[in-house]
Design a protein around this ligand. Structure first.
Ligand SMILES: *[C@@H]1O[C@H](CO)[C@@H](O)[C@H](O)[C@H]1NC(C)=O
Ligand SMILES: *[C@@H]1O[C@H](CO)[C@@H](O)[C@H](O)[C@H]1NC(C)=O
Ligand SMILES: *[C@@H]1O[C@H](CO)[C@@H](O)[C@H](O)[C@H]1NC(C)=O
Ligand SMILES: *[C@@H]1O[C@H](CO)[C@@H](O)[C@H](O)[C@H]1NC(C)=O
Ligand SMILES: *[C@@H]1O[C@H](CO)[C@@H](O)[C@H](O)[C@H]1NC(C)=O
Ligand SMILES: *[C@@H]1O[C@H](CO)[C@@H](O)[C@H](O)[C@H]1NC(C)=O
Ligand SMILES: *[C@@H]1O[C@H](CO)[C@@H](O)[C@H](O)[C@H]1NC(C)=O
Length: 600
C-alpha cells in the first residue's frame, strides 16, 4: 500500500487485522463552535478540547478563509496558578499527517508521567491535528468519498509494489503503472480543490509552525488576559517573534516534543521563530534539509535497515528456539536463506488468503518485506511477534499469512464481518500525508519512468529489505498537483540559546534523541541537524527502533528529558543512554502508550 514509514500514529496493536481501532470517534467535534480565542470543552474523559480558528493564509490579511484546529489537552495535575505548574507541552506524532488527537489517547498520560517532577513541575500535554488532518477542518481530502479512495488504494495495491508480481526485482511496467496511478490521484485532488475549495496548498509545515505560535499565544491568553492579540497582518513574517507581548514584557514560548516527521516540524519552528523557543525535544530525527530540499531526496533514511535485520537474526539465535522459533534451524545463514527463498516463492507465486472474519487478500513477497520492515520501528515487542508469525506463516498457517498481508495497514476497505457496511481506512489518509510531504519538498513532477527507476535502484541499494518500498515516500509526489503557498527551505538553524529570554533567541538549546539504529530516521541525521543549533545535544539510546522514547524503556533517557523540560539543561556533551532491557528479554516492556507506536 502507498502508505509511508514515517509516522507514529499510535493506533491499535501491531496486528489489528484490518479493524481500525479508532478511539477518537466517540467525541462529537462538530458540537464545538470554532473560536479565535481558546475555549475548552470537556472531552474524552479527563481531556479538554477546543477548536481554534486561524487564517487559512497567514500571508494574506484580506483573505477571510479560516482553518479550525482541533486541540486536545490533558490538563496538568495542578491548577495553572500553582507555583509548580510547568506550562504546556505541545506534541506531534509524526507522519506527516499523523493525528495528534488520536496520538493523545495513548500517549499524553505516559508522557506527562515521564516529564512531571512531582511537587516540582507539572505540565499539561497539548496535542492537535495539524491543518488538513483528522478533526481539523477543512480536511485535505482528494476523494471526498471513502469508496473512491479505497478503489484507488486497492488498484494501487494490485500492482504488487515496484517489483510488480512475478520476479522480485524492480519492474519498469510496475513503475509505469504506479506513475499513472499517481497521476490519477492528482486528478482526484484537482477535482476536489475545484469543487470543495482550496486547502492542499495551505497545509504544509511552515503554516503549521505558525499555527503553533498561535496556539501558544492563545493558551497564554487564557492565563494572562493582558496578552495582546496578534493581527493577521503582524504575522506574515517571522516578525511574529516579537508580535505578542504579554504583561511581563515576554513572548509566550513553545515547549514541544516531536517524533519522526514531528522533528522536522520542531526544526522548522526553531529555524523560523527562534525567539519563540522555550524547550524543543526532537526524537527520531528527520534530516529537515533533505526533506525540504532533496531532489528527490529521502535516500539516506533506510541506511540502517539491513543491519537491523542482521541483528534480528543474531538476537533470535542467541535467544534460542523457545523464544524465537526461527532459531530452530542449523545456523543463521541457513535460517536466513530459508526466509529469503520463501519470500522469493511468494514473489513468483502470490497466494490468496482468507482472514478470520472472511476478508480476503492476496499475499505477495513485497507484503512480507514490508511487514518485517514495519516491525523494525518497535523491536519491543515486534521482534518476538514477527518471529512467531513468520515461523508459523512459513509452515503454512493461514492466519499468520493473512497477518503478514495486512500488516499494520488495515485493508483499504473491509467489512467487519457483521455488516456489509464499508468503512474508511484511516484518520490520516494518503491525501493528508502527501499534501504536507509533497508541499514541503522540491517539485518532482513530470519525471519519466527512467528517472524513477534510477531512483528506485539507489533506494534498493540502500536496503535490500525495504528500499523498493521506501521509494513510495517520494514517488507519490510524481504528479502532485499544487505548489505550497508558503515554503521554507532552511537554513535549519537557530542562534545560541540564552535562558534570560531575550528577543529572537531560544530560551534553551534543542535536545535531540535517537536510537543507535533507526529504520527510517538514522542517528546520523540527528547529528547533522544538531549542528545547526548551537549548544544542542544528541542523546543516543542503546538499541534499535524508531524514536528513543518509544523503542525501549530507559530511565536514563527519561531523566534527561524531565531535567530538560524543568531547567532547560541539556547534557554537557552528546550522551549515550543504556536501554533498561532489550527485545528478546521476556520481561521487557515499553511503557503502555509510548510502547505501541505504529507507522503507516
Ligand atoms: C488575498 O485575498 C483576497 C481575498 O480573497 C484576494 O482577492 C487576493 O487576490 C489575495 N491576494 C493574494 C496575493 O493572494
Ligand atoms: C483578543 O481577541 C479575543 C477574541 O477575539 C477577545 O475576546 C479578547 O478580548 C482580545 N484580547 C485583547 C487583549 O484584546
Ligand atoms: C524444531 O525442528 C524439529 C525438526 O524439524 C521439530 O521436530 C521440532 O518440533 C521443532 N521445534 C520447534 C520449537 O518448532
Ligand atoms: C549452516 O548450516 C548448513 C546446513 O544447514 C551448512 O551447510 C553450512 O555450512 C552452515 N554454515 C555455517 C557458517 O556454519
Ligand atoms: C495458526 O496460528 C494461530 C496463531 O496465530 C493459532 O491460533 C492457530 O492455532 C494456528 N493454526 C494451526 C492450524 O496451527
Ligand atoms: C460492525 O458494524 C456494525 C454496524 O455498523 C457495528 O454495529 C459493529 O459494532 C461493528 N463490529 C465491529 C467488530 O467493529
Ligand atoms: C528505572 O526506574 C524504575 C523506577 O524508578 C526502577 O524501578 C527501575 O529499577 C529502574 N531501572 C533501571 C534499569 O535502572
Amino acid at each position: 500500500m502507498p502508505s509511508i514509514h514515517y509516522s507514529l500514529s499510535l493506533v491499535a496493536s501491531a496486528f489489528a487485522l484490518g479493524v481500525l481501532a479508532d478511539d477518537t470517534a466517540d467525541f462529537d467535534w462538530s458540537g464545538i463552535q470554532p473560536t479565535k480565542n481558546l475555549v475548552y470543552h470537556p472531552c474524552y474523559g479527563t481531556f479538554q478540547c477546543a477548536r481554534l480558528e486561524v487564517p487559512l493564509d497567514w500571508h494574506n490579511a484580506s483573505d477571510p478563509r479560516t482553518v479550525s484546529i482541533a486541540i486536545r489537552t490533558l490538563p496538568a495535575v495542578v491548577r495553572h496558578d500553582d507555583p509548580t505548574f510547568g506550562g504546556s507541552i505541545l506534541t506531534n506524532p509524526g507522519g506527516p499527517g499523523g493525528s495528534g488527537i488520536q496520538f493523545a489517547e495513548d500517549f499524553a498520560l505516559p508522557l506527562q508521567r515521564i516529564v512531571d517532577r512531582p511537587g516540582r513541575k507539572h505540565y499539561e500535554i497539548v496535542s492537535f491535528d495539524p491543518r488538513g488532518i483528522g478533526y481539523t477542518t477543512p480536511a485535505a481530502d482528494c476523494f471526498h468519498d471513502p469508496v473512491a479512495r479505497s478503489a484507488w488504494m486497492l488498484e494501487y495495491r494490485g500492482i504488487g509494489g515496484l517489483t510488480g508480481v512475478g520476479h522480485g526485482h524492480l519492474s519498469e511496467s510496475a513503475m509505469g503503472y504506479t506513475l499513472a496511478m499517481n497521476d490519477m490521484f492528482a486528478r482526484h485532488c484537482r477535482q476536489s480543490e475545484a469543487k470543495y475549495g482550496e486547502i492542499l496548498s495551505f497545509v504544509n509545515t511552515p503554516s503549521v509552525a505558525r499555527d503553533m505560535v498561535e496556539i501558544i499565544d492563545r493558551i497564554d491568553q487564557l492565563h494572562n488576559p493582558t496578552t495582546k492579540n496578534t493581527t493577521q497582518a503582524d504575522l506574515a513574517s517571522t516578525a511574529v517573534d516579537e508580535a505578542v507581548i504579554n504583561g511581563d514584557g515576554k513572548v509566550p514560548r513553545l515547549q514541544y516534543i516531536g517524533f519522526s516527521y514531528g522533528t522536522a516540524l520542531g526544526n522548522y519552528f526553531a529555524s523560523m521563530f527562534p525567539g519563540r523557543v522555550g524547550r524543543i525535544v526532537v526524537d527520531g530525527v528527520t534530516d529537515a534539509d533533505d526533506y525540504a530540499n532533496g531532489d528527490p531526496g529521502w535516500l539516506g533514511n533506510t541506511i540502517d535497515d539491513d543491519e537491523i535485520l542482521e541483528r534480528f537474526w543474531k538476537g533470535c539465535f542467541q535467544a534460542g528456539a523457545s523464544i524465537c522459533p526461527l532459531a530452530n534451524d542449523t545456523n543463521i545463514s541457513s535460517a536466513s536463506r530459508r526466509f529469503w527463498s520463501w519470500v522469493k516463492s511468494l514473489d513468483e507465486q502470490p497466494r490468496s488468503l482468507e482472514g478470520p472474519t472472511g476478508d480476503t487478500v492476496v499475499l505477495t513477497g513485497d507484503d512480507v518485506r514490508r511487514s518485517v520492515g514495519d516491525i523494525f520501528d518497535n523491536p519491543i515487542p515486534g521482534f518476538r511477534d514477527i518471529a512467531n508469525t513468520l515461523h508459523r506463516a512459513m509452515a503454512g498457517n493461514e492466519t499468520d499469512l493473512f497477518r503478514l498481508a495486512v500488516g499494520r495497514n488495515p485493508l483499504p476497505l473491509f467489512h467487519n464481518g457483521t455488516s456489509s457496511q464499508l468503512q474508511p481506512v484511516d484518520l490520516s489518509s494518503i491525501d493528508q500525508q502527501y499534501s504536507i510531504l509533497c508541499g514541503d519538498g522540491k517539485d518532482v513532477t513530470g519525471k519519466p519512468v527512467s528517472y524513477w527507476m534510477r531512483y528506485a535502484e539507489k533506494q534498493k541499494a540502500m536496503s535490500k529489505l525495504l528500499g523498493s518500498y521506501w521509494v513510495t515516500s517520494r514517488l507519490l509526489c510524481s504528479s502532485w498537483p499544487v505548489r505550497a503557498r508558503w515554503l521554507f527551505n532552511g537554513p535549519f538553524k537557530s542562534p545560541k540559546a540564552d535562558s534570560r529570554l531575550l528577543p529572537g533567541i531560544p530560551a534553551a538549546p534543542l535536545l535531540f534523541m535517537s536510537t543507535e539504529l533507526d529504520p527510517v530516521t538514522p542517528l546520523r541525521a540527528a547529528r547533522k541537524m544538531a549542528k545547526g543549533h548551537p549548544g544542542a545535544r544528541v542523546v543516543t539510546q542503546e538499541g534499535m527502533g524508531h524514536c528513543a522514547l518509544q523503542s525501549s524503556p530507559s530511565n536514563c533517557t527519561r531523566s534527561i528529558l524531565a531535567e530538560y523540560f524543568d531547567t532547560g539543561k541539556v547534557p554537557d556533551r552528546d550522551t549515550f543512554c543504556k536501554a533498561d532491557c532489550g527485545p528478546w528479554d521476556l520481561n521487557c516492556h515499553v511503557q503502555q502508550g509510548l510502547g505501541i507506536p505504529e507507522i503507516d
